[in-house]
Design a protein around this ligand. Sequence first.
Ligand code: SIN
Ligand code: FE
Length: 294
Amino acid sequence: MNLIRKFDFNEWSPKIDSVTSQQAIAALEDGFVICLPHLPFVLGEDEKRFLSERWSDHKSKNISLRPQGGLKGAFGSADELKALRAMIQRYSDQATQLVSTLFPDYVPNLVKANTSLRPFEVEGRVSSYRKDDKRLHTDAFPSNPTQGTRLLRVFNNVNPNGRPRVWRVGEPFDAMVKKYLPQAKNMFPGQASLMHKLGITKRKRTPYDQLMLQLHDLVKADMDYQRNAPQQSVNFMPGTTWIVYSDQVLHAAMSGQYMMEQTFHLPPEALYRPETSPIKVLEAIKGIALGLVD
Ligand code: SIN
Ligand code: FE
């Protein structure tokens, strides 16, 4: 099964007929990766210097532009940072145009989150298995519960040396869930409130978040699954944009350097087909509500 769906759009606000529009919507919400090999993020001559590790503060993995405007993880003079911010902002604007054009019904509920430039080589990076994004996973973050909100991401490979960003993409979400759900542990009574009170989580962890974290960790810990589960390797060449629900699609980044990324948040109810959302899939399997309690 091929979980990559290619479209030949070459503009950030493409003209799109209704058949293609339906195909793109179905692909995204059914957990495919939308791959646009002919949609580069074009850098100005003066911006090419930003494809270097030297603009990192070397404390953060990414250089991030917050939706409120703050630039994080960057190092440089005021003028340099102004130009760097403008480049990242332009990516944010173009990614927003793209998502708004392809998924117009999302627009009233689409919330822009961070935009990032990822300047470091992926290959060879060492980290604990939980933080190792070279292992297949669906995104879930211990301190940042989504409470069911979708994580929609728009990536672009801006590598100037012809090098691909190499990903692995795994099996459909529900197939993975069926394998690991029986092993997933619940929170202890009062845990969600306590963690929120202590500032360990930014908001309350719901039963949904707990399950998603457990699935994230169980999948990453299982080397047999990592090697032998159904999967495909994908080379995203420079000039390629790809769109993915990273809370739904099993993915791993194997190698590559220099990528742009825009995250959006979207409530599950705002989807064309809300029932495809991880929270709805998990609720259907468990037969109980997994949202915020008390
Ligand atoms: C990830 O989202 O797990 C990593 C994506 C990437 O850096 O290519
Ligand atoms: Fe990820």
